[in-house]
Design a protein around this ligand. Sequence first.
Ligand code: GLP
Length: 244
Amino acid sequence: VIFSDSVEASQAVAHEIADLIRSKQAEGKTCVLGLATGSSPVRVYDELVRMHKEEGLSFKNVITFNLDEYYPMEKDDVQSYWYFMHEHLFNHIDIPKENINIPDGMVPREKLVEYCLNYDKKIKGCGGIDFQLLGIGRTGHVGFNEPGSHRNSGTRIITLDHITRADASGAFHGIANVPEQAITMGVRTVMKAKRIVLLAWGSNKADIVKEAIEGEISSEVPATYLQEHDNATFVMDTEASAQL
Ligand code: GLP
Protein backbone atom coordinates (compact mmCIF):
# COMPACT_ATOMS: atom_id res chain seq x y z
CA VAL A 1 0.00 0.00 0.00
CA ILE A 2 1.49 3.34 -1.05
CA PHE A 3 0.65 6.62 0.68
CA SER A 4 1.85 10.02 -0.47
CA ASP A 5 2.62 10.91 3.10
CA SER A 6 4.16 8.83 5.91
CA VAL A 7 2.17 10.62 8.63
CA GLU A 8 -1.13 9.70 7.00
CA ALA A 9 0.13 6.15 6.44
CA SER A 10 1.19 5.84 10.09
CA GLN A 11 -2.23 7.01 11.22
CA ALA A 12 -3.91 4.36 9.08
CA VAL A 13 -1.68 1.65 10.61
CA ALA A 14 -2.35 2.95 14.15
CA HIS A 15 -6.09 2.83 13.44
CA GLU A 16 -5.83 -0.80 12.34
CA ILE A 17 -4.02 -1.61 15.61
CA ALA A 18 -6.61 0.33 17.66
CA ASP A 19 -9.49 -1.49 15.93
CA LEU A 20 -7.85 -4.83 16.74
CA ILE A 21 -7.32 -3.86 20.40
CA ARG A 22 -10.97 -2.77 20.68
CA SER A 23 -12.37 -5.87 19.00
CA LYS A 24 -10.30 -8.12 21.31
CA GLN A 25 -11.55 -6.04 24.26
CA ALA A 26 -15.14 -6.55 23.15
CA GLU A 27 -14.54 -10.33 23.16
CA GLY A 28 -12.85 -10.15 26.58
CA LYS A 29 -9.55 -11.31 25.06
CA THR A 30 -5.97 -10.09 25.19
CA CYS A 31 -4.35 -8.52 22.14
CA VAL A 32 -0.73 -9.53 21.50
CA LEU A 33 1.33 -6.97 19.63
CA GLY A 34 4.82 -7.47 18.21
CA LEU A 35 6.54 -4.09 18.24
CA ALA A 36 9.46 -2.52 16.41
CA THR A 37 11.90 0.29 17.10
CA GLY A 38 13.78 2.64 14.77
CA SER A 39 12.44 5.82 13.21
CA SER A 40 9.80 4.09 11.06
CA PRO A 41 7.19 3.28 13.76
CA VAL A 42 7.50 6.56 15.72
CA ARG A 43 4.44 8.21 14.13
CA VAL A 44 2.37 5.07 14.66
CA TYR A 45 3.19 5.25 18.37
CA ASP A 46 2.40 8.99 18.41
CA GLU A 47 -1.05 8.28 17.02
CA LEU A 48 -1.69 5.43 19.48
CA VAL A 49 -0.73 7.75 22.36
CA ARG A 50 -3.05 10.43 20.96
CA MET A 51 -5.92 7.93 20.75
CA HIS A 52 -5.26 6.86 24.34
CA LYS A 53 -5.32 10.46 25.59
CA GLU A 54 -8.10 11.87 23.45
CA GLU A 55 -10.31 8.90 22.66
CA GLY A 56 -9.80 6.74 25.73
CA LEU A 57 -8.20 3.85 23.83
CA SER A 58 -7.14 1.48 26.60
CA PHE A 59 -4.13 -0.87 26.47
CA LYS A 60 -5.10 -2.82 29.59
CA ASN A 61 -5.73 -5.98 27.54
CA VAL A 62 -2.57 -5.54 25.42
CA ILE A 63 0.54 -7.71 25.74
CA THR A 64 3.61 -6.60 23.79
CA PHE A 65 6.75 -8.36 22.59
CA ASN A 66 9.51 -6.24 21.14
CA LEU A 67 11.53 -7.58 18.26
CA ASP A 68 15.01 -6.90 19.46
CA GLU A 69 17.56 -5.25 21.73
CA TYR A 70 21.26 -4.53 21.39
CA TYR A 71 23.60 -6.81 23.34
CA PRO A 72 25.01 -5.97 25.74
CA MET A 73 22.79 -3.03 26.61
CA GLU A 74 21.53 -1.57 29.91
CA LYS A 75 17.79 -0.80 30.04
CA ASP A 76 18.23 2.81 31.08
CA ASP A 77 20.88 3.57 28.49
CA VAL A 78 19.41 6.19 26.11
CA GLN A 79 20.38 4.03 23.13
CA SER A 80 18.50 0.98 24.40
CA TYR A 81 15.32 -0.16 22.73
CA TRP A 82 13.88 -0.48 26.24
CA TYR A 83 14.38 3.28 26.65
CA PHE A 84 13.03 4.00 23.16
CA MET A 85 9.81 2.07 23.75
CA HIS A 86 9.13 3.71 27.10
CA GLU A 87 9.91 7.16 25.74
CA HIS A 88 7.73 6.80 22.64
CA LEU A 89 4.89 4.60 23.87
CA PHE A 90 4.80 2.78 27.20
CA ASN A 91 5.22 5.82 29.49
CA HIS A 92 2.18 7.45 27.89
CA ILE A 93 -0.40 4.63 27.88
CA ASP A 94 -2.15 2.42 30.45
CA ILE A 95 -0.49 -0.89 29.56
CA PRO A 96 0.22 -2.98 32.68
CA LYS A 97 4.02 -3.14 33.21
CA GLU A 98 3.97 -6.93 33.45
CA ASN A 99 2.50 -7.12 29.93
CA ILE A 100 5.58 -5.50 28.37
CA ASN A 101 8.25 -7.84 26.99
CA ILE A 102 11.51 -6.48 25.55
CA PRO A 103 14.58 -8.69 25.13
CA ASP A 104 16.88 -8.08 28.09
CA GLY A 105 20.23 -6.78 26.84
CA MET A 106 21.94 -7.70 30.11
CA VAL A 107 21.20 -11.44 30.26
CA PRO A 108 24.44 -13.21 31.22
CA ARG A 109 26.01 -14.75 28.13
CA GLU A 110 25.79 -18.30 29.51
CA LYS A 111 22.02 -17.88 29.98
CA LEU A 112 21.29 -16.44 26.53
CA VAL A 113 20.21 -19.66 24.82
CA GLU A 114 17.72 -20.49 27.56
CA TYR A 115 16.53 -16.87 27.74
CA CYS A 116 15.83 -16.75 23.99
CA LEU A 117 14.01 -20.09 23.99
CA ASN A 118 11.85 -18.80 26.83
CA TYR A 119 11.05 -15.60 24.91
CA ASP A 120 9.57 -17.70 22.09
CA LYS A 121 7.78 -19.95 24.59
CA LYS A 122 6.24 -16.93 26.28
CA ILE A 123 4.93 -15.63 22.92
CA LYS A 124 3.43 -19.04 22.22
CA GLY A 125 1.97 -19.18 25.73
CA CYS A 126 0.15 -15.90 25.08
CA GLY A 127 -1.49 -17.42 22.00
CA GLY A 128 0.98 -16.00 19.43
CA ILE A 129 1.31 -12.53 17.99
CA ASP A 130 -1.92 -11.03 16.63
CA PHE A 131 -0.28 -8.06 14.92
CA GLN A 132 3.42 -7.63 14.14
CA LEU A 133 4.80 -4.21 13.26
CA LEU A 134 8.09 -4.20 11.33
CA GLY A 135 10.60 -1.78 9.88
CA ILE A 136 13.24 -2.79 7.38
CA GLY A 137 16.99 -2.27 7.55
CA ARG A 138 19.06 -1.52 4.47
CA THR A 139 20.52 -5.05 4.66
CA GLY A 140 16.97 -6.42 4.30
CA HIS A 141 16.77 -7.31 7.98
CA VAL A 142 13.52 -7.46 9.90
CA GLY A 143 14.08 -7.16 13.62
CA PHE A 144 17.80 -7.85 13.58
CA ASN A 145 17.54 -10.92 11.33
CA GLU A 146 20.54 -10.07 9.20
CA PRO A 147 21.44 -11.64 5.83
CA GLY A 148 22.04 -15.35 6.39
CA SER A 149 19.13 -15.71 8.83
CA HIS A 150 17.36 -19.02 8.39
CA ARG A 151 13.63 -19.26 7.71
CA ASN A 152 13.33 -21.44 10.79
CA SER A 153 15.31 -19.26 13.16
CA GLY A 154 13.92 -18.54 16.61
CA THR A 155 14.80 -15.77 19.01
CA ARG A 156 18.59 -15.70 19.38
CA ILE A 157 21.77 -13.69 19.67
CA ILE A 158 23.04 -12.35 16.33
CA THR A 159 26.11 -10.50 15.10
CA LEU A 160 25.13 -7.23 13.44
CA ASP A 161 26.00 -6.50 9.83
CA HIS A 162 28.48 -3.69 9.17
CA ILE A 163 25.84 -1.67 7.24
CA THR A 164 23.43 -1.96 10.20
CA ARG A 165 26.10 -0.73 12.60
CA ALA A 166 27.02 2.12 10.24
CA ASP A 167 23.33 3.15 10.02
CA ALA A 168 23.13 3.16 13.84
CA SER A 169 26.39 5.05 14.30
CA GLY A 170 24.70 8.47 14.48
CA ALA A 171 22.73 7.52 17.59
CA PHE A 172 25.85 6.04 19.18
CA HIS A 173 28.22 8.91 18.26
CA GLY A 174 30.43 6.71 16.10
CA ILE A 175 30.40 3.16 14.78
CA ALA A 176 32.94 2.03 17.37
CA ASN A 177 30.30 2.55 20.07
CA VAL A 178 27.58 0.51 18.31
CA PRO A 179 27.26 -2.92 19.97
CA GLU A 180 28.42 -5.78 17.74
CA GLN A 181 25.57 -8.05 18.74
CA ALA A 182 21.85 -8.03 19.46
CA ILE A 183 19.08 -10.32 20.62
CA THR A 184 16.40 -10.64 17.96
CA MET A 185 13.16 -12.51 17.53
CA GLY A 186 13.72 -15.10 14.81
CA VAL A 187 12.28 -15.22 11.31
CA ARG A 188 10.04 -18.10 12.36
CA THR A 189 8.85 -16.11 15.38
CA VAL A 190 7.92 -13.17 13.14
CA MET A 191 6.36 -15.30 10.40
CA LYS A 192 4.00 -16.95 12.91
CA ALA A 193 2.27 -13.62 13.53
CA LYS A 194 -1.33 -13.62 12.28
CA ARG A 195 -0.91 -10.21 10.67
CA ILE A 196 2.27 -8.37 9.65
CA VAL A 197 2.66 -4.72 8.62
CA LEU A 198 6.08 -3.51 7.48
CA LEU A 199 6.69 0.24 7.34
CA ALA A 200 9.14 1.85 4.92
CA TRP A 201 9.62 5.57 4.45
CA GLY A 202 11.98 7.59 2.28
CA SER A 203 14.17 7.10 -0.75
CA ASN A 204 16.97 5.37 1.16
CA LYS A 205 14.63 2.37 1.57
CA ALA A 206 13.60 2.22 -2.12
CA ASP A 207 16.24 -0.32 -3.24
CA ILE A 208 15.72 -2.75 -0.36
CA VAL A 209 11.92 -2.47 -0.62
CA LYS A 210 12.14 -3.49 -4.29
CA GLU A 211 14.35 -6.47 -3.40
CA ALA A 212 12.09 -7.51 -0.53
CA ILE A 213 8.92 -7.43 -2.65
CA GLU A 214 10.16 -8.39 -6.12
CA GLY A 215 13.35 -10.33 -5.37
CA GLU A 216 13.78 -14.07 -5.11
CA ILE A 217 13.04 -15.41 -1.62
CA SER A 218 16.42 -15.82 0.00
CA SER A 219 18.14 -15.79 3.36
CA GLU A 220 20.39 -13.09 1.87
CA VAL A 221 17.45 -10.65 2.12
CA PRO A 222 15.43 -11.89 5.11
CA ALA A 223 12.54 -9.51 4.36
CA THR A 224 11.84 -11.61 1.22
CA TYR A 225 10.49 -14.33 3.54
CA LEU A 226 7.46 -12.07 4.03
CA GLN A 227 6.39 -12.94 0.48
CA GLU A 228 5.40 -16.33 1.91
CA HIS A 229 3.15 -14.86 4.61
CA ASP A 230 -0.56 -14.84 3.77
CA ASN A 231 -1.44 -11.64 5.63
CA ALA A 232 1.55 -9.30 5.31
CA THR A 233 1.39 -5.75 3.95
CA PHE A 234 4.15 -3.30 3.12
CA VAL A 235 2.99 0.23 3.93
CA MET A 236 5.19 2.76 2.14
CA ASP A 237 5.42 6.37 1.15
CA THR A 238 5.94 7.34 -2.49
CA GLU A 239 9.72 7.67 -2.07
CA ALA A 240 10.18 4.18 -0.60
CA SER A 241 8.09 2.67 -3.40
CA ALA A 242 9.89 4.50 -6.20
CA GLN A 243 11.82 1.47 -7.53
CA LEU A 244 8.86 -0.93 -7.69
C1 GLP B 1 17.01 -1.29 13.38
C2 GLP B 1 15.94 -2.16 14.03
C3 GLP B 1 14.94 -2.65 13.02
C4 GLP B 1 14.46 -1.48 12.18
C5 GLP B 1 15.63 -0.89 11.42
C6 GLP B 1 15.25 0.26 10.52
O1 GLP B 1 17.99 -2.05 12.79
N1 GLP B 1 16.47 -3.28 14.73
O2 GLP B 1 13.87 -3.29 13.68
O3 GLP B 1 13.47 -1.89 11.31
O4 GLP B 1 16.55 -0.43 12.38
O5 GLP B 1 15.28 1.46 11.23
P1 GLP B 1 14.56 2.78 10.77
O6 GLP B 1 13.12 2.56 11.00
O7 GLP B 1 15.13 3.83 11.69
O8 GLP B 1 14.91 3.00 9.36
